[in-house]
Design a protein around this ligand. Sequence first.
Ligand SMILES: Nc1ncnc2c1ncn2[C@@H]1O[C@H](COP(=O)(O)OP(=O)(O)O)[C@@H](O)[C@H]1O
Ligand SMILES: [Mg+2]
Length: 260
Amino acid sequence: MATATATIEAPAGEAAAATTDTVIRFRDITKTYYIGDITVPALRGVSLDIKRGELVAIMGPSGSGKSTLMNIIGCLDQPTSGDYALDGEQIGELGDDELAEIRNKKIGFVFQQFNLLARTNALEQVELPLVYAGVADRRERAQAALEAVGLGDRLDHKPTELSGGQQQRVAIARALVNDPAILLADEPTGALDTTTAGEIMAILQRLNREQNLTVILVTHEQEIAEYTKRIVHMRDGIISADEVVANQRLAQASAAAASE
Ligand SMILES: Nc1ncnc2c1ncn2[C@@H]1O[C@H](COP(=O)(O)OP(=O)(O)O)[C@@H](O)[C@H]1O
Ligand SMILES: [Mg+2]
């Protein structure tokens, strides 16, 4: 009987590859910075579950711990105490090299100031993470990622030859080309006008809807937060409220962006 049972079990490799439905699991996470004699409690006990396919906004006043939270989620920093499981894997037990590997594999980052290389064209910007990952069909994948954000006809354009919104779309393509589990965006629309911000949110909503991509973004604009499905409010290093967005705004890709 034991033998019969064993034969119908999934092979170990398959079981290990199975992903959990909860991509982010924080339990009583704290982060304390020490500057000389001064102690700064940036996070004071945060518990948070984010499931695959969620689209979440983090809001809160300056200094409330939003970036610290994002840095820990993105494995750029380790908590002082508490448990963090990313995609079912305990992060606290990992060393720097393992953390770097997890970052490359599982996380895509987008920043307010785009963080593109000045003299590098769009295609090469998006190929870079694939170079680090040692992927072979880099050009095809980078091109597909740029096409997915409506920039198929801007492959050889450098940042100075692109609008702010187009630069942010290159950054999104770069963040997604490795097929990460989560996209983390710290104020992704902070440097853009309202119309362009709406176009960026249209892309994030579409990726979330069509690819079930988990997106977590920081914003201080209520209007941007309403494009998401859930708003987590931070205050003084804790979550002060966690609300479902009742009437999610649907962002419109402009005619110009759609035809590009
Ligand atoms: N590297 C650091 N060293 C010392 N203190 C820090 C550091 N990063 C953030 N802090 C402090 O931690 C608190 C939370 O900061 P942060 O997470 O950047 O907030 P937010 O992104 O919401 O503005 C603030 O009091 C900030 O001054
Ligand atoms: Mg911040």
